[in-house]
Design a binder for this molecule. Structure first.
Ligand code: URA
Length: 209
């Protein structure tokens, strides 16, 4: 997989535009995020290995492909990651789930961990980290670091929007981890928000301020 994939599918781009709009409601924002997450999940899983399984259709027997290997893991960076997670679980219901609680200290913009729960053995599972906004990349870098410490070796990072600064910093810290995103915006502002962006993804998903 390329180190950065921008999913420029027309449906993704159309839905993203509506997520950016200030007037989009909380319910609308959540629905759009869920819908886009299906399309991002499709992209990040496109190279999953398959194995053949012998099946009987009502008409004949055949060998037909099924996913090979251990169940994959979705690792949600709380809380906004859950918006991407839900749609992904619709597509891959058997996936295991990790939750990583990191909040951004508003003064330093550094991530502070408050929760970590993951399946025991990550070493032979594809682990897809989900967090809608790759802004400063501090949380994403810390989340991936934590998963690596727990043995994860095949990791991909999925976000909705990225800042060029975030992509550069993440790639420098974890050059082995491909990024899948719907768009790379212009820049980060002095408060660590992506511009033009869509605002605070968690607040927009949950109607908080
Ligand atoms: N997190 C968000 O929710 N939005 C940004 O623009 C940056 C980080």
């Amino acid at each position: 997989m390329d180190s950065v994939t921008v999913v420029d599918h027309p449906l993704v781009q159309h839905k993203l535009t509506f997520m950016r709009k200030r007037e989009t409601s909380t319910a609308g924002f959540r629905r759009l995020l869920r819908e886009i997450s299906l399309l991002l999940c499709y992209e990040v899983t496109r190279e999953l290995p398959l194995t053949m399984e012998h099946v009987e259709t009502p008409l004949a027997e055949m060998d037909s492909p099924v996913l090979e290997g251990k169940k994959l893991v979705f690792a949600s960076v709380l809380r906004a990651g859950n918006g991407l997670l839900e749609g992904m679980l619709d597509l891959v219901p058997s996936a295991r789930v990790a939750h990583i609680g990191l909040y951004r200290d508003h003064a330093t913009l550094e991530p502070v961990e408050y929760y970590f729960k993951a399946p025991e053995d990550l070493s032979d599972r594809l682990t897809v980290v989900v967090d809608p906004m790759l802004a400063t990349a501090n949380s994403a870098i810390a989340a991936v670091q934590k998963l690596k410490e727990r043995g994860a070796r095949d990791i991909r990072f999925v976000c909705l929007l990225a800042a060029p600064e975030g992509v550069a910093k993440f790639t420098k810290a974890h050059p082995d981890i491909p990024i899948v995103t719907a768009a790379i915006d212009e820049k980060l502002n002095e408060k660590g928000y992506i511009v033009p962006g869509l605002g605070d993804a968690g607040d927009r998903m949950y109607g908080t301020k």
